[in-house]
Design a protein around this ligand. Structure first.
Ligand SMILES: Nc1ncnc2c1ncn2[C@@H]1O[C@H](COP(=O)(O)OP(=O)(O)O)[C@@H](O)[C@H]1O
Ligand SMILES: [Mg+2]
Length: 319
């Protein structure tokens, strides 16, 4: 099976060996422009031609497909319910869903049990509701690719699964995936999924700061960003660094409120941050986040960790 992650900047495609333990084939290419916006696919034909080219070259034997998706329009709620049987739980959740989503007919809803409370008197579940309009884009894309679509999973669940498999997390870990437009925060507590949120922050924002300061275009800013170590303490870039810091710290304060929410509901503090996503490569970002939160920030330069955790997670079954 192949896992596809269509990011607004890079599309990541991977396939697993039979045991689903390793990604054995990883391909990453720039996503054609204007094809995806906040998780909604907008040009299925262009995307289909683009993906077909890659599949023809690198994934000839594969017949099955999974997608991982992320959008601020996907509603994710963590709900604690009193202990009950499966069919009772289904009905009770239906009721809960109507509380959270007034027009629930426009959504595809699914749920997953994420744990029991210590005394087993409570069940923790996550409810996920994705707009039908969004999901139909992926169904159509799979159809034009002539592949059997087995799974559509959300980013945070995929990241949780791959981090669990590859990093065996302990304590309270926050995985921060900084992409081009959005940042996904996934909190894993004692090896279990706790909750996730999305913040509107990514590499494109940095490009914009650079482009505005130097009056250049996106492409030039993108190159500058990758080449110049402007985000570390270097007087050559003092004013760019200052602008970037101001912006990044305002975004980190949004993330800090997400941590506060976790800490007040779990009575535990976050003790490690794992940084992934293309923007984690920004020189100096890791250290800046570490200094801001005063929590150790780790990462791994390997593409598997930087880019392929969501696609890999979408291929991991069970959990
Ligand atoms: N060396 C680098 N330094 C800074 N930013 C980088 C570097 N390499 C990639 N990026 C940024 O990573 C982002 C793409 O990461 P990715 O996780 O694939 O995002 P998405 O999933 O949103 O497409 C882009 O904003 C790109 O500019
Ligand atoms: Mg991404």
């Amino acid at each position: 099976m192949i896992g596809i992650d269509i990011g607004s900047f890079y599309t990541k495609i991977g396939s697993c060996d039979k045991k689903n333990n390793k990604l054995n084939n990883m391909v990453m290419e720039r996503t054609p422009q204007n094809c995806i916006r906040n998780g909604y696919l907008s040009d299925i034909n262009v995307l289909s031609d683009f993906l077909n080219e890659i599949l023809k070259k690198k994934f000839t034997k594969e017949k099955k497909l999974s997608f991982c998706i992320s959008s601020t329009d996907i509603i994710i709620r963590e709900i604690v319910m009193p202990f009950m049987k499966d069919d009772e739980l289904k009905n009770a959740l239906k009721y809960e869903i109507d509380q959270y989503i007034p027009n629930s007919d426009d959504y595809i809803v699914d749920y997953k049990q994420i744990g029991h409370d210590e005394d087993d008197k409570k069940i923790r579940t996550i409810i996920v509701a994705a707009p039908k309009e969004m999901i139909s884009g992926y169904l159509n894309l799979a159809k034009t690719l002539k592949l059997r679509l087995e799974i559509i999973d959300i980013y945070s669940n995929c990241i949780y699964k791959s981090v669990k498999k590859l990093c065996k997390p302990t304590g309270s870990l926050s995985v921060i995936n900084v992409g081009a437009e959005y940042t996904d925060i996934t909190i894993i507590y004692e090896g279990k999924y706790a909750f996730s949120r999305i913040v509107r922050f990514g590499g494109n924002d940095i490009n914009e700061i650079i482009a505005n300061m130097f009056n250049t275009d996106f492409k030039t800013a993108e190159e500058y960003k990758r080449e110049k170590p402007f985000f570390i303490d270097d007087e050559n870039y003092a004013s760019l660094r200052e602008n970037t810091e101001k912006y990044v710290s305002s975004k980190l304060s949004e993330i800090s409120r997400i941590f506060d929410f976790f800490e007040s509901s779990y009575h535990k503090s976050i003790n490690e941050i794992f940084l992934i996503g293309g923007t984690s490569k920004l020189t100096g970002l890791k250290k800046y986040i570490e200094d801001y939160f005063k929590i150790p920030v780790s990462g791994n330069d390997d593409d598997l960790y930087t880019y392929f955790m969501p696609a890999f997670g979408s291929l991991i079954r069970g959990e």
